[in-house]
Design a protein around this ligand. Structure first.
Ligand SMILES: Nc1ncnc2c1ncn2[C@@H]1O[C@H](COP(=O)(O)OP(=O)(O)OP(=O)(O)O)[C@@H](O)[C@H]1O
Length: 441
């Protein structure tokens, strides 16, 4: 902790009632920078409250040296963000990113430019851009849903960043739904609920992340419902993210579920291999790291669950390369990710693929290996072969061996057939996606 701030809070602790001290002063983080002391509040609501109620106390309690008291700057953010940009493993650079608009807690690294588009997120990205370009006019609310680590938060910040880039005065507030709940509880404890309401209802765009956390919290839902309605009535933008479709959130009031569906619900799906590779190449470029394409393909093939994990794997390879000073080659990446891959290999092997596919289609593994040629057996067999090709490193002849000693051309034919069927038949595409999910999560 900053020395200055440390001394300051020791004084404040005696001057401010304990409940206020713990609620408003304790959560502040301090960063000293030359003659400036930056105090970082977790969000705008806390910042406004501190400025209105405690700023004089703080200024008086700040220790002075020969040059007088340090200049006090109140900002929204966290020390981690101020010191280490979240999207960058290299600790030295990117100081320029520190300066954020005082009113915004948007992550400047999450923009549309850094968001890689692919089949899985095309529609969500297009809708997000529409919203950022026509605030409150296009789709309201925009509801982005999908599994963990697929880029919902990234898109949400991208909307906020574009709104602010086009209109520096726009009041854009991003927050996690848990923060909304805890601010509300704090406001209730301090008879500040009117200030709380006024604050959230006055923003131009309210971006609330992971609204599934509202489930079961009735008072917060009530408050959010009113805030939400006021914003919509005044044509202010609301953007929400969630890990599932509104109707599927248990413990959420029906009226909220239906309102959330009023605007535009858009899904983000897990990215396909090409998009995963493109994301890795983009991240590497952002981090200033040389990443050969074959290494990106290797990581993209092995890490399929979500983009956060993909990024984690790349970070690991990159950190090791920085540490050892070696270039990133395929062999180097394999070594750096060895334990991660070993765990995966245990789970993903041809036998397990056969077992999972057989269970899914309610047939026997022996049917998959047999010569039976009825459609109810050949389709699952082809799908299992295609999955084996996609998920393992076995060659076509090896896969043929696993399937009752078939020729490699049969496996190749199966892979091509499944590709065609996935395009032409949505049921097959869905089956394949479900099986992939079952095998890789
Ligand atoms: N299409 C993409 N292009 C570039 N980076 C991406 C993309 N999708 C996700 N990412 C990156 O993956 C990481 C995780 O994304 P994000 O935090 O937005 O996921 P999320 O869907 O909000 O997850 P959660 O549900 O856990 O909150 C971020 O670093 C983000 O930049």
């Amino acid at each position: 902790m900053s020395d200055l701030w440390n001394q300051c809070i020791q004084k404040l602790e005696h001057e401010i009632p304990p409940q206020d001290f713990n609620t408003w002063i304790r959560p502040l983080q301090a960063v000293e920078n030359g003659g400036e002391l930056h105090l970082l509040a977790p969000n705008q609501f806390v910042l406004d409250w501190v400025r209105d109620h405690f700023i004089d106390h703080i200024e008086q309690a700040l220790p002075r040296n020969g040059n007088g008291a340090p200049r006090l700057i109140l900002e929204v953010g966290t020390r981690q963000e101020a010191e280490v940009p979240p999207d960058r493993p290299d600790f030295g650079a990117a100081r320029a990113r520190r300066k954020k608009p005082a009113t915004s807690n948007l992550n400047p690294a999450f923009t549309f430019d850094t968001f890689v588009e692919g089949k899985s997120n095309q529609f969500a990205k297009a809708a997000a851009m529409q919203v950022a370009e026509n605030v409150g006019q296009a789709y309201n609310p925009l509801f982005i849903y999908g599994g963990v680590g697929l880029g919902k938060t990234h898109l949400m910040h991208a909307i906020g960043n574009l709104i602010v880039a086009r209109n520096a005065k726009a009041n854009v507030v991003y927050l996690h739904s848990e923060r909304f709940v805890s601010d509300m509880v704090t406001a209730l404890q301090h008879n500040a609920i009117n200030a709380f309401k006024e604050y959230y209802r006055s923003v131009d765009a309210l971006l609330v992340d992971d609204i599934q956390f509202f489930a079961g919290k009735e008072r917060s839902q009530e408050e959010f419902f009113h805030t939400f309605n006021t914003l919509l009535e005044n044509k202010h933008q609301v953007v929400l993210t969630c890990d599932r479709y509104p109707k599927e959130i248990e413990g959420l009031e029906e009226r909220l579920k239906s309102r959330f569906g009023w605007g535009l619900p858009v899904a983000i799906e897990p990215p396909d291999l090409e998009t995963r590779v493109a994301i890795l190449m983009k991240k590497a470029q952002q981090w200033g790291v040389e990443l050969p394409e074959e290494v990106a393909f290797f990581i993209g093939k092995r890490i399929r669950s979500n983009v956060r994990e993909l990024e984690g794997a790349l970070r690991r390879v990159t950190a090791r390369a920085q540490f050892t000073g070696e270039p990133i080659t395929l062999a180097f990446a394999k070594e750096a990710l060895r334990d991660l891959i070993a765990v995966q290999d245990k789970l993903i092997n041809v036998e397990n693929i056969q077992k999972t596919v057989a269970e899914y289609y309610k047939i026997r593994v022996s049917d998959l290996l047999s010569n039976k040629r009825t459609r109810s057996i050949t389709r699952p067999r082809q799908i299992a072969m295609a999955l084996a090709k996609e998920l393992t490193n076995h060659s076509l002849p090896e896969i043929g061996e696993y399937f009752g000693g078939r020729d490699h051309t049969t496996v190749l034919h199966a892979c091509r057939k499944v590709e065609e069927l996935k395009e032409a038949d949505s049921k097959i595409a869905e089956d394949y996606a479900t099986l992939l999910h079952l095998l890789t999560n």
